[in-house]
Design a protein around this ligand. Structure first.
Ligand code: GLU
Length: 477
């Protein structure tokens, strides 16, 4: 069997979202698994839908995820150019070939006439099919026209063995003589896609299942050219969190660059995207990109849709964050510290990071989780008055507990061990629950509703800061 060649062929019409990234990943993993070639092609013939900046966005997204392409823009290769907008002459050569065999024919019909035909079909509740008027009434080729693909009378149906869905068979009698070349001379998606897949020697077309309806047309084009079609693998849709409708921007589906900016790790995003439709048949959930490359196969892509769940992504990202040594993680979170940390030294920041590493889901959470280590937050009485346990206590009781806490902390050396011992002893002496006593000390020293373990937090915060903050709260009660 020939070398496996897959391609990712995005249209630069906007940002790359979860669905596009997931299919890009599957194509990449399959190529790597088979020691094949992963190709990037930019499907940019539709200048009207072109969005400025989206090609750069595609490059940045793929590179951030580590999905380097072996051939394509900026990488080169033997089958370029890899931008469809640069392939006009190639398409023309193949248009002429099919026109010569009458597989393509010119059509001069006006938009009005076609609209009328569509309305008639609608009224008669049948699918619209072009009536081939121009075959019988040809005009001058110098006049603006499109080229239509002549759907042959036979075969009556066409099918393929889809690597994901199994055998699919479609009646060709239902197909319309679709437009292959537009009046401006540029090919439509069907035509350019088939010509490019063939001339770029693509062996496996892996794509979202929204393209299933196009595949019979592509197969007929392959037939008309007398070419061997590639293997098709149509990957099921990703559904929104409600599991009912297709994932869309309304579901807050983010782009790769959004995830990058929020401080997600590429390892985690890859792990998560792969889990949207692929599993290797075991219970394993965590995979490194290298492991995925080893276990990936088209046969193990699920036939049913995956449901997008950002909490699962957060869980995986947290997992990957915890795998790093502190120094490695420290290097990764540069740029995510709160502004208040600007003057803090690296050792102190590392200690703080060590405390939150366990609970950090993505780096953009860092400011809210750590700000109190770097600055005195304003005293917010609501932290006490809205705390389920603390609101039951009178002001004098709170003040008394805090005085006693201060006394014991004053004689601590602020090592974690000593602090833990003292805090536990204080629980016994006051007969309070941790939810009361520790919450109070936490609020008084951090002015934050949550923090890492109390003894750890106090140890990093240091004696002086902790006691001064307790004093401010004592004055406020
Ligand atoms: N340019 C198409 C897209 O935007 C390619 C579809 C295909 O993979 O055939 O997704």
């Amino acid at each position: 069997m020939s070398e496996v060649r897959t391609r990712f062929a995005p249209s630069p019409t906007g940002y790359l979202h979860v669905g596009g990234l997931r299919t890009a990943l599957f194509k990449y993993l399959f190529a790597k698994n088979q020691q094949g070639t992963f190709i990037l092609r930019i499907d940019d013939t539709d200048r009207e839908r072109f969005v400025e900046g989206s090609v750069e966005h595609i490059f940045e997204s793929l590179r951030w995820l580590g999905l380097e392409w072996n051939e394509g823009p900026e990488a080169g290769g033997d089958y370029g150019p890899y931008e469809q907008s640069q392939r006009f002459d190639i398409y023309h050569e193949y248009t002429d070939k099919l026109a010569a065999t009458h597989a393509l024919y010119p059509c001069w019909c006006s938009a009005e006439r076609l609209d009328q035909l569509r309305k008639e079909a609608q009224a008669e509740k049948r699918a619209f099919k072009y009536d081939r008027y121009c075959l019988k009434h040809p005009k001058d080729l110098a006049e603006p026209h499109v080229m239509r693909f002549f759907i042959p009378e036979s075969p009556l149906s066409i099918g393929w063995d889809d690597a994901v869905r199994g055998h699919v068979e479609v009646k060709t009698t239902d197909l319309d003589d679709f437009i292959a070349i537009k009046s401006d001379g540029w090919p439509t998606y069907h035509f350019s896609s088939v010509v490019d897949d063939q001339t770029m020697k693509i062996t496996h077309v892996i794509r979202g299942d929204e393209w299933v309806a196009s595949t019979p047309k592509h197969l007929l084009l392959y037939q008309a050219f007398n070419w061997e079609p590639p293997v098709y693998a149509h990957v099921p849709t990703i559904l929104g969190p409600d599991g009912k409708h297709k994932l869309s921007k309304r579901d807050d589906a983010k782009s790769a660059i959004d995830y990058k900016n929020l401080g997600y790790l590429p390892e985690a995003v890859i792990n998560y995207l792969a889990s949207l439709g692929f599993n290797d048949g075991t219970e394993q959930e965590i995979y490194s990109p290298e492991q995925l490359t080893k276990v990936f196969s088209l046969e193990r892509i699920s036939k049913s849709p995956a449901v997008f769940d950002e909490r699962r992504l957060d869980w995986m990202n947290g997992y990957w964050i915890r795998q790093f040594k502190l120094d490695e993680l420290f290097a990764k979170v540069q740029g995510f510290w709160p502004a208040e940390a600007v003057a803090a030294n690296d050792d102190f920041k590392k200690q703080v990071l060590g405390l939150v590493q366990e609970r950090l889901k993505y780096f953009a959470e860092l400011p809210d989780l750590t700000r109190f280590f770097f600055t005195d937050l304003p005293l917010d009485m609501k932290l006490v008055s809205e705390n389920k346990q603390l609101k039951k206590l009178k002001s004098e009781e709170l003040k008394d507990l805090l005085e006693r806490s201060k006394t014991t902390l004053e004689s601590s050396d602020f090592s974690v061990d000593d602090l833990s011992a003292r805090l536990n002893k204080l629980l016994e002496e006051t007969g309070q629950k941790p939810a009361v006593l520790f919450s109070l000390i936490r609020i008084a020293t951090t002015s934050a509703p949550a923090s890492p373990g109390l003894a750890d937090t106090l140890a990093v915060l240091g004696k002086q800061h902790s006691l001064t903050r307790i004093d401010s709260w004592l004055a406020a009660f």
